[in-house]
Structures are given as C-alpha cells and as structure tokens.
Design a protein around this ligand. Structure first.
Ligand code: ATP
Ligand code: MG
Length: 377
C-alpha cells in the first residue's frame, strides 16, 4: 500500500510505504530515533513516526517504509518506526535518457538496499547514468575503476614503495578512494554514498572474489592496512558496470555467484528519436535532419549481425562534433561532410582501413555507404 496524498485511514502495517517530512526529534527516544515526523501523506498520524537512519534528509518530502508498529502502552502513545526509502522527487537528469521501467526499477532496487549491476554495450550510458542517480538521490559519488585491480586488496589499498627521511626504502599502504569513502561513511552516518564499480569485468576474477563479502549480507571487506575486516556501513551502496560480450578484450565473465549478489539491469542504446534529441541538445550547430542521418546510419551498423560491431554514443557524438565545426559545415558539401565524419567516427574505431573490404573498418564503411545511398533515394 502506498500513500501519496490523503489516505482514507491511517492504519499502518509493517511493509507499508508512505510519504512524509522529518524533523529532529527532541523527545524521549531521541538517542535511538533522532528524527520524527507527524504526518502520513497529508493527514496527521495518530502515532508519532520515528526513524533511526541518520541519512534521513530533514524538512524535505521523503518516502518511507514501516518497519515496526508499536502499539500504545500504559506508559505512552506507541510509535511507528520507519526506514528511509528515498526522496519523493527522484528525478534523473533529463539530459540522460533511460528507459522508463529501468528508471523505476533502479529507484525501487536502490531503496531496497540492493547492489545493482548495469550491463550494456559500450557508450550506452552506464557511467553517466550512475552519476545522475547519485545526484538525484543526493548521494556522494565514488568512482572506482576495477580495471586497475589485480589483487583483492587493491580495492581497499595499494602497496607503494617510497624513500623515508633517511633515504631508506619503506613500503606503505595508500588508501583507495573506496576505502576513504568507507571511513567517511562510518564517521558521517548522515551522508549517503554511491560507489560505482566501473569495468567490473575487467579486474581479475579472483580479485573480484575479495569484494564478494562486501556485496552480500556480510558487508565486510579485508583491510590490508589494519589486517582486520572493515565494515561496510548501511549508508554505502554499490552500482557496478560491465560490458558482457565476446568482443571485449581483457574482460572476464562475471560468474553466477558474483552475479547473484546484484540485481542486474540491462541497458541498451536509446531509441532513434531519443538519441536524436540528446545529440540535438548537445550540438545545436548541426541541423536535426543531419543528426537524423547520423543516428539512422549508426543504428544500421548496430543492427547488422554480420559485422557484430557496437557503435557507442561516443561515436555519434564525435560525428556531430565534426559536422558542427565550420571546417565541415562551411567548406564541404553536406553529403561529403557526412561521409568524412562517419568514415572517422564510425570506421576509425575498428581495425583496418575503409578501402580494405576484408577488414572490420572496411565492412562498416560498406554498410555506411549503403545506408547513406538508401537515405538519398
Ligand atoms: N542514455 C544516454 N543518455 C545520454 N547520454 C548518453 C547516454 N548513453 C551514452 N551517452 C553519452 O555517451 C557517452 C558515453 O557514455 P558512458 O560513458 O556513460 O557510456 P558507458 O556505457 O559507461 O560506456 P563504457 O562501457 O565504454 O564504459 C557520454 O558522453 C554520454 O553523455
Ligand atoms: Mg563507462
């Protein structure tokens, strides 16, 4: 049951969701529950609503879930204990396109405390989306690139050699930004942290295993600096990103036990119209018809099974960046400019030369030329 505006009756049960606004609790239970609210939606609650989650934002509409309903005792009025779920106005930056049901799933899963795995082709927005989510949820964003992880301990600290004041070599641990964020999160329970584990399938599979207890209910990770286990506090959440596919060199598949610790969301490139709008917003100097051609040709390449190449939004952006420049827009005929831009932005990222039909670049060029000719017809 979800209460938005005015509920008919306020008979709350464990698991119910509702909207409210929290303030500092100056009452008797303020140590355990530093925050209190008085309303369920627009209606006054007959029991005080208490929350112990220190990351609860004060004075803003939030959504909460009922954890416990304490019936009135002879010594008091009873209370409702809730868990913070997220702000009411969860709004991902409109510049980032994300399928509506993926956005809803993201919100629900993050509110449920799940770790999320974004699985999508290169340049489909995994990285920009993770940052936009952190902004929408007012979380601190920690970007961690897993491609530089060789040992499990590399997630937390790296061992470095340096000369001390006497010129003698000594080894020291340098905390990663992930460890720094964990320490910060333990110290500041009022803040929320989103750790983005980018290129999750580009670290050694055995190293990745070291992170597994951090992602399940154990919520601990070995800390080489102290030789002890480090707690992952509840105000830290994870989003990881992978490109799953045979064409990715240096990537290793994430095994089922590792996958099982995540709720996986599959991303894809935006539909034609959405990609045209993204590009039109970023490249106002390029007319919309030309952008339409750029995207149509990109989709022809993406959809072609024989070449099996993905063209990211980086490629379509690169093409538009060229087409918007006076060297292209003023000095070349439109058709010539498009051909030049696509030869570089689409074919240049693949091995071989456009003249060599046997190479990947050559095959993509044939597709580009074919679809440009079709568009002219
Ligand atoms: N859905 C999208 N909405 C808006 N911009 C996008 C979207 N997808 C990609 N882009 C743009 O394309 C570029 C690449 O996006 P991003 O780095 O997020 O891709 P990625 O999926 O993380 O790629 P990779 O797998 O290579 O790391 C960025 O400039 C981003 O702004
Ligand atoms: Mg990325």
């Amino acid at each position: 049951m979800v209460f938005g505006k005015k509920p008919k009756s306020i008979d709350l049960n464990v698991g119910d969701h509702f909207e409210t606004v929290f303030w500092r609790n100056e009452g008797a239970q303020k140590e355990t529950f530093p925050f209190r609210a008085t309303h369920v939606g627009d209606a006054k609650s007959n029991k005080v609503i208490l929350c112990g989650d220190r990351s609860m934002p004060l004075g803003k509409p939030v959504r909460v879930k009922v954890n416990r309903v304490k019936r009135p005792q002879s010594d008091g009025r009873g209370f409702i204990e809730v868990a913070y779920q997220g702000p009411v106005d969860f709004q991902i930056d409109p510049q980032i396109w994300v399928e509506k049901n993926i956005a809803s799933k993201l919100q629900v899963l993050l509110e449920g405390g799940y770790s999320i795995l974004l699985d999508g082709p290169q340049g489909s927005g995994k990285t920009v989306l993770s940052r936009a989510i952190a902004d929408a949820l007012e979380m601190e964003y920690i970007y961690f690139n897993c491609a530089s992880v060789y040992e499990a301990t590399d997630f937390v600290a790296t061992l470095q050699v340096r000369a001390n004041a006497d010129g003698v070599a000594e080894t020291i641990f340098i905390s990663t930004n992930f460890r720094v964020a964990l320490m910060d999160a333990l110290e500041k329970p009022q803040n929320r942290y989103l750790v983005f584990l980018d290129e999750f399938n580009r670290c050694r599979p055995t190293a990745r295993n070291g992170l597994m207890p951090a992602l399940d209910t154990t919520r601990k990770i070995y800390d080489p600096e102290t030789g002890d286990l480090l707690d992952i506090p509840g105000n830290v959440q994870f989003i990881a990103a992978i490109n799953n596919g045979d064409q990715f060199v240096g990537a290793s598949s994430v095994d089922p036990a590792q996958m099982d610790r995540f709720a996986t969301l599959k991303l894809d490139y935006p539909p034609h119209e959405a990609e045209v709008n993204i590009l039109a917003g970023r490249f106002p100097a390029v007319d919309k018809k030309t952008i339409g051609i750029v995207v149509t040709v990109a989709n022809k390449v993406r959809d072609d099974d024989t070449v099996g190449a993905d063209l990211s939004l980086r490629a379509t952006q690169e093409a538009c960046a060229m087409l918007g420049h006076p060297l292209f827009s003023d000095e070349m005929k439109s058709q010539e400019a498009i051909r030049e831009a696509l030869a570089t932005a689409y074919c240049g990222r693949f091995p071989g030369r456009i003249e060599d039909e046997g190479s990947e670049a050559g095959q993509i060029w044939s597709l580009v030329v074919k679809s440009l000719n079709e568009l002219k017809a």
